[in-house]
Design a protein around this ligand. Structure first.
Ligand code: NDP
Length: 296
């Protein structure tokens, strides 16, 4: 039996990052301005700080100006919203990202819906999600992780049109928008979630699997249709005493088993992860381009 082609998300991300850097240079020559991304973080959750750090660093590498807004855990909802409003009217800011999750006393839905539609680079504004769900409507921005999944498929030469796709998970940030994007790309889509009975028999039908359940190695090799394309979004820390950190990251898919059956598979880490930040930078570039062209 042939082994699956392992999709190198790091390499694809690097390619796209050079493409973005090139476009940023071109914009700067044409308009004398560069794209700007505001990254807002509330509190000091370690994981959030590490994600925000990666996003800011990636901006610097690509010539995108990053605006760093660090707010204390206790910040009030109204002060956070004021901050968002200021960024909405700042002409040097083309994208606004509010790192989730927010502290419990802040209403996430309310804050996200205050972000200007044209600067919603995470694609989480309800109007952008609504357009994603509607036929023949185009949202201004696609959510980054689902966009990363589709980009990995298309850059690996996997066609989506007419294929049976199964998305495992239905969260607002990954599963649901991933299923909507696949539908827009003309796949026939089934969503599996925690109340689905016999998920394996459904997943076994799929030509394309996007796994985003947050369940370490839940999807076994025997659940995969031979030759299927498997995109593993899951990023789960499991105990590993052989590591200095005491843990290692695994996906929602049992990679060892599944790579013997699938046609394509993404590793964890090094698959979807590096692509997600890249799609954020790409969205920021798109937002800036629209803005520069309009004001020109
Ligand atoms: P959530 O916890 O918000 O959602 C998980 C979804 O999976 C829910 O819809 C849940 O169903 C479903 N689910 C849970 N258990 C099962 C099960 N046993 N069988 C089938 N479905 C199940 O997670 P996120 O969507 O935020 O993230 C999913 C994974 O992706 C996580 O591991 C996360 O770390 C990772 N991630 C990776 C990113 C990257 O860039 N690589 C970015 C974002 C997330 P129900 O709705 O019924 O509860």
């Amino acid at each position: 039996d042939q082994m699956a082609t392992v999709i190198d998300g790091k390499a694809v991300a690097q390619t796209i990052r050079s493409e973005i850097a090139e476009e940023v240079r071109a914009l700067s020559q044409k308009y004398g301005k560069v794209p700007g991304l505001a990254v807002v973080i509330v509190g000091n959750r370690k994981d959030s700080q590490s994600y925000v750090g990666m996003k800011r660093k990636a901006c610097a590498e690509l010539g995108i100006k990053s605006f760093d807004i660090d707010l204390p855990e206790q910040v009030s909802e109204s002060d956070l919203i004021k901050q968002v409003h200021q960024l909405n009217v700042n002409p040097d800011v083309h994208g606004i990202l509010v790192q989730l999750p927010l502290p419990k006393h802040i209403n996430e839905e309310k804050v996200l819906s205050e972000i200007s539609l044209g600067k919603d680079v995470d694609g989480f504004h309800p109007l952008n999600i609504g357009k994603l769900a509607m036929k023949d409507r185009d949202p201004l921005f696609l959510p980054c992780t689902p966009k990363a999944c589709i980009e990995l498929l298309s850059r690996s030469g996997v066609s989506i049109k007419g294929k049976k796709a199964v998305v495992v998970g239905r969260s607002n940030i990954v599963g649901l928008p991933a299923s909507l994007l696949l539908l827009k790309a003309d796949a026939t889509v089934t969503i599996v979630h925690s109340r689905t009975t016999q998920p394996e028999s459904i997943i076994r039908e799929a030509d394309i699997v996007i796994a985003a359940a947050g369940q370490p190695m839940m999807i076994k090799g025997s659940w995969i249709k031979p030759g299927a394309a498997v995109i593993d979004v899951g990023t789960n820390a499991v105990d590993d005493p052989t590591k200095k950190s005491g843990y290692r990251l695994v996906g929602d898919v049992d990679f060892e088993e599944a790579s013997k059956v699938a046609g394509w598979i993404t590793p964890v880490p090094g698959g979807v992860g590096p692509m997600t930040v890249t799609m954020l930078l790409h969205n920021t570039l798109e937002g800036a381009k629209r803005c520069f062209e309009k004001n020109h």
